[in-house]
Design a protein around this ligand. Structure first.
Ligand code: ZN
Length: 136
């Protein structure tokens, strides 16, 4: 069901400053930024071989990332696992009693289809399940 770790997502307060840090201090390949309106975030991507780091900056106070940053000051937010078939993955996880935050796939960056599982099903870790879109 799971092909690989797709990305590691980190919530940040100031995306412009963090882009400089990840690109110029860590020397990672910067792939660009994108607004994901449905998630109320701006996302910046960096590549380390075939794994990506995704920085998330909230758009507005009603973004779920705003609440996370307020509570924890930013930091590691979620791990994304790539799957072949998101609909099948959601069905299988629910069969195994995983509590899903999304019972239907949502649209993610690069037209991917994504669904999150509740962190209480995985010892506090928020997992995103992701089926790549045509552009990714
Ligand atoms: Zn993600």
């Amino acid at each position: 069901m799971i092909k690989k770790i797709d990305h590691i997502a980190i919530a940040v307060k100031n995306l412009a400053e963090e882009i400089i840090r990840y690109r110029d201090v860590l020397g990672l390949e910067y792939l660009g930024s994108e607004v994901v309106a449905e998630q109320k975030v701006t996302v910046a991507f960096f590549r380390i071989n075939d794994v990506f780091i995704e920085l998330l900056e909230p758009i507005g106070p009603d973004s779920p990332i705003s609440a996370f940053i307020e509570k924890k000051g930013g930091g590691l937010h979620h791990l994304a696992l790539e799957v072949d078939d998101i609909q099948a993955a959601i069905g299988r996880l629910q069969e195994k009693n995983v509590q899903m935050l999304d019972r239907e796939p949502k649209k993610g960056a690069h037209s991917a289809r994504i669904a999150f599982a509740h962190p209480k099903s995985f010892s506090g870790v928020l997992y995103e399940f992701k089926q790549k879109g045509d552009e990714s």
